[in-house]
Design a protein around this ligand. Structure first.
Ligand SMILES: Nc1ncnc2c1ncn2[C@@H]1O[C@H](COP(=O)(O)OP(=O)(O)OP(=O)(O)O)[C@@H](O)[C@H]1O
Ligand SMILES: [Mg+2]
Length: 486
């Protein structure tokens, strides 16, 4: 972060400067455990903990001041009505300053693949200049300002993930850091419950291209009609990406290698260059094209973009992490999150991996609103159609999958040994039961996909599959979803 005086911070957030307070802020954190000397500690009341209870710890760790909603405590307090909104104002002030000095900002939104695309784009741009694009999914009113604040005078490219749970959210994030390039990946059914309809989601995601300046670039996925339909909503230049013939940035000749990693020819600006991705799943082609469109808009050449895409590694945890156990069982941990589209993408990737048997350990998909039952049933049918040999539906939210799979011809029941053809489906109550079931049936050559919405914490199952027997047994006592709400 750029160093700011306490007076500058107070002005940016709109708080009174406490009497005689002075100092320099060189970092911002909400987590008392990560406070370092020179930090501004932002005290936010969360669901589980209230940051105001940690003011002493923050002071002891060297914080220079606190951004709080009530006076008092050991640190100079910048008191505001809403600490999260104030954090956004601070990030906006810093962003405006850096943008004036030439910082180039790229925003990414979409229902699925934001983090994956951000990770690709961050690595591609890093080949052209100093880039801020932290691993993980910092896409909300807290994560985005913190990402902005982690940039400094040396940063040339800032890559921001932008999430939305309602209309107006992306516009608010763009007010913190107006992007020069806006990338829209897709309009699916993530958070459909909150939005009500796919058109509602398109309305919200399109706020990104509405926020772009005339000199900016909207990078739109030509393969998604709702995304392409956003073109009239921007003043910026439009660049289209995808497999569609008319797309400005295209992939042709897509093939998958035996680890389900895509190879294709990147066609852009009249040039063609080979790309061999290191990330898993055909869905990464769309993400790579979106990243390519954005990197080209930032001034990179097609050749440099193709080379950097081919060198980009997986960076954020629990997204198509493929690990082979010593006994020859392969675990695909895609447990970070799930919605109908990302489930289908993961099933397609599973189908592309060489395996004696394919096992899908799937939990519920949250926030689908009234469509939830139908979507879980459909997923059960999709698993059968994708050639899954064993479907393990974990938890009460997933039982609809069993009905769908059975309707599509799957056999119910536990059974042992290798498949005799067709899909077998079993329902287990929780993660520990899933691990028990799997420990009985897995044999060398099996490939196991593990995926559910974040709140189900199914990475615990993937970890259990990879851990030794002792660690796996310890999980049986772990009732709550690990990492829920992260
Ligand atoms: N382009 C895509 N189309 C469909 N599914 C995708 C795509 N890219 C990634 N996925 C799937 O979605 C999952 C989540 O990917 P990622 O974390 O990149 O998405 P996100 O949009 O950042 O999600 P979140 O809203 O949780 O932040 C991946 O594990 C993968 O299964
Ligand atoms: Mg994300």
């Amino acid at each position: 972060m750029i160093a700011l005086t306490l007076a500058e911070v107070a002005e940016a957030v709109g708080a009174a400067l406490p009497h005689a307070a002075e100092g320099t802020v060189t970092g911002v954190t909400l987590d008392s455990r990560t406070v370092g000397a020179g930090d501004l500690f932002v005290a936010v009341a969360g669901e589980r903990v209230d940051g105001h209870d940690f003011l002493d710890a923050a002071a002891a760790a060297g914080a220079v001041a606190a951004l709080t909603t009530r006076p008092g405590g050991p640190l100079p307090a910048l008191v505001v009505d809403d600490a999260v909104a104030a954090l956004g104002r601070l990030a906006a002030a810093v962003h405006a300053r850096l943008a004036e000095r030439g910082l180039f900002t790229l925003g990414i939104t979409g229902s699925s693949g934001k983090t994956s695309t951000k990770d690709l784009l961050g690595q591609v741009l890093a080949a052209a200049g100093p880039t801020v694009s932290p691993p993980g999914s910092f896409n909300n009113d807290i994560g985005l300002p913190l990402t902005v604040l982690s940039a400094d005078e040396t940063t040339r490219y800032l890559v921001l993930e932008m999430g939305a749970r309602g209309v107006g959210h992306i516009a608010r994030l763009c007010a913190v850091a107006r992007p020069d390039v806006g990338v829209v990946l897709n309009v699916g059914s993530a958070h459909l419950g909150e939005f009500g309809s796919a058109d509602g989601i398109a309305l919200a995601k399109g706020e990104l291209v509405e926020a772009l300046p005339e000199s900016g670039t909207a990078v739109l996925n030509a393969d998604d009609p709702r995304v392409l339909g956003m073109a009239p909503r921007t003043r910026a230049r439009v660049v289209t990406t995808g497999r569609s013939e008319g797309a400005d940035v295209r992939a042709t000749g897509v093939t998958l290698d035996d680890a389900a990693r895509a190879r294709f020819t990147l066609a852009a600006a009249g040039e063609e260059h080979p790309v061999a991705l290191r990330v898993v799943g055909e869905h990464q082609v769309a993400n790579a094209l979106s990243a390519a469109g954005a990197a080209l808009a930032a001034g990179m050449t097609p050749a440099a973009v193709a080379a950097a895409l081919s060198a980009a590694e997986p960076r954020s945890r629990w997204r198509m992490e493929v690990t082979r156990r010593a006994d020859g069982v392969t675990v695909v941990n895609d447990a970070y999150n799930a919605n109908p589209e990302s489930m289908r993408a993961a099933l397609a990737a599973l189908a592309g991996l060489p395996a004696t048997r394919r096992v899908a350990v799937l939990g519920g998909m949250a926030e689908l609103g009234p469509d939830a039952d139908a979507e879980h049933e459909r997923l059960g049918r999709d698993a059968v159609a994708a050639g899954v040999d064993l479907l393990v539906a974990v938890g009460a939210d997933a039982v609809g999958m069993v009905a769908g799979a059975t309707a599509a011809g799957a056999h119910q029941g536990e059974g042992h040994g290798t498949s005799v053809g067709g899909t077998r489906v079993v329902s287990v109550p929780d993660r520990a039961a899933a691990l028990d079931q799997l420990s009985e049936v897995l044999v060398p050559g099996d490939v196991v996909l593990v995926k559910a919405s974040r709140s189900h914490g199914l990475e615990v199952v993937a970890d259990g599959l990879l851990a030794d027997a002792g660690a796996a047994a310890g999980l049986a006592a772990d009732g709550g979803p690990a990492g829920a709400g992260a």
